[in-house]
Design a protein around this ligand. Structure first.
Ligand code: COA
Length: 388
């Protein structure tokens, strides 16, 4: 097995470090060539990958591989390799999961990811991490636990594009830092999170709402994929009310602790939207279809006690002792043998990793369409104007 992993590593790594500029230049589409400098950026980023002093790990290499193929060739149209071709299948998945991402977006993401890998590549990993880089979340590392706190309490921690990107970055870093065993999400103030910041929809670019919807879809798909792929134990500490995506992502966490005064609300239909974060698969599995439909379609808000009874939560604690209760539990988990935890977590996730990525893609496709609908636009206008 070790031999197989080494082989995978070498094969995957060599595919995106080998010099292939000429063939790349030929296969790159005109839409990318129209963006001056973007191919240069890709070439520069590619050359930086080969200077990494530490092996970034198979997951990172697969991500780079997929983005590189998408950037240079476009959407994956090749046939999935056969059952026994493990390496080929992993690479095909990494590429195919990028769906309709544009070549220009793939170049951007490839470059950003190389930046992240480079920033994590020096000396002791934890000391190279700049926790002050985060603006709308607060990240702290303590006793093997990385706490990621959404930090816009005045807006009930509604998630902006900046926050999507920062949470994703914080999780990707946590995955790579050896000393971190558990990542824990929580919210500042009284709310856990009021879901997607609805003003994300109001900043329409000159290219029109279609462009906005396409970008938002990609942000969401990547964000959810990061939860699906997170290799370590992921805990949610739901300190107060949770709305929308902060509820649906709970089903992708390994342990969910809630304060007794939390609540769980997915008002997707009121907003002319549709379920996300794999809740279309995981909520019926967790609660049974009838109860899941009540939440996802009917928009029924659950109390902590109800969410516990329906299997969405691990435990509920009194509001006064919540943070201490969670701290004790999470610290004790972080003291368990880390490799065993990580490998076991991955064993559990591997059961339905492909299914979840497919659900994520299907949900995002539908949302892109919904975001452009009259139903959704009117609901967002109504929210924005409700106080006027
Ligand atoms: N997006 C953007 N801003 C949000 C927000 C969101 N999802 N949720 C809350 N806020 C902001 C409000 O605009 C308000 O800001 P302001 O004081 O500058 O006007 C502040 O957070 C407090 O919210 P407010 O509505 O005044 O508090 P409330 O107690 O009356 O209601 C909620 C709280 C969460 C029920 C209500 O804000 C709400 O319905 N938010 C939208 C939730 C949502 O639909 N999320 C998306 C799900 S898919």
């Amino acid at each position: 097995m070790a031999f197989l992993m080494k082989l995978c590593t070498r094969q995957v790594f060599s595919r995106f470090t080998e010099p292939a500029c000429l063939s790349l230049r030929l296969s790159i589409s005109s839409s990318v060539l129209m963006r001056p400098g973007s191919f240069n950026d890709l070439e520069i980023a590619k050359s930086r990958v080969s200077t990494l002093s530490n092996d970034p790990g198979n997951e990172a290499k697969l991500r780079l591989y997929g983005l590189f193929k998408q950037a240079t060739i476009g959407k994956c149209s090749s046939k999935k390799p056969g059952m026994m071709d493990f390496v080929g299948r992993a690479k095909w998945d990494a590429w195919n999961n990028l769906g309709d991402m544009t070549q220009a977006a793939a170049i951007d993401q490839y470059c950003q990811y190389v930046d992240l890998l480079t920033s994590l590549d020096t000396g002791s990993q934890s000391s190279s991490t700049d926790l002050a880089q985060y603006k709308e979340i607060v990240v702290t590392d303590n006793n093997g636990v990385r706490t990621i706190m959404l930090n816009r309490p005045a807006k009930y921690n509604a998630i902006t594009y900046q926050m999507y990107s920062e949470v994703q970055h914080a999780l990707e870093e946590a995955a790579k830092i050896d000393s971190i065993v558990v990542a824990m999400l929580t919210g500042a103030g009284n709310y856990y999170c009021s879901g997607n910041d609805l003003s994300n929809f109001t900043n329409i670019p000159p290219e029109g709402p279609q462009k906005l919807a396409a970008q938002a879809k990609e942000v969401l798909r990547e964000f959810v994929s990061c939860f699906i792929q997170f290799p370590k134990v992921l805990v949610a500490a739901v300190n107060g009310p949770a709305v929308g995506i902060s509820v649906t992502t709970l089903a992708l966490c390994d342990l969910v602790y809630a304060s007794e005064n939390a609540s769980f609300h997915t008002p997707f239909m009121n907003l002319g939207q549709s379920p996300e974060a794999c809740s279309s698969v995981l909520f019926p599995r967790i609660m049974g279809p009838a109860k899941a439909n009540e939440v996802l379609l009917g928009g029924r808000k659950l109390t902590s006690a109800e969410a516990l009874e329906r299997g969405l939560l691990t435990s509920v604690f009194p509001a006064k002792t919540f943070s201490n209760n969670v701290k004790d539990l999470v610290t004790s988990i972080a003291e368990l043998p880390p490799k065993s935890l990580m490998k076991s977590k991955q064993l559990l996730r591997n059961v339905d990793r492909d299914l979840l990525e497919k659900a994520n893609k299907d949900e995002c496709d539908l949302l892109e369409e919904r975001w452009l609908s009259d139903e959704c636009m009117q609901a967002i206008m109504a929210f924005m104007q409700r106080k006027k």
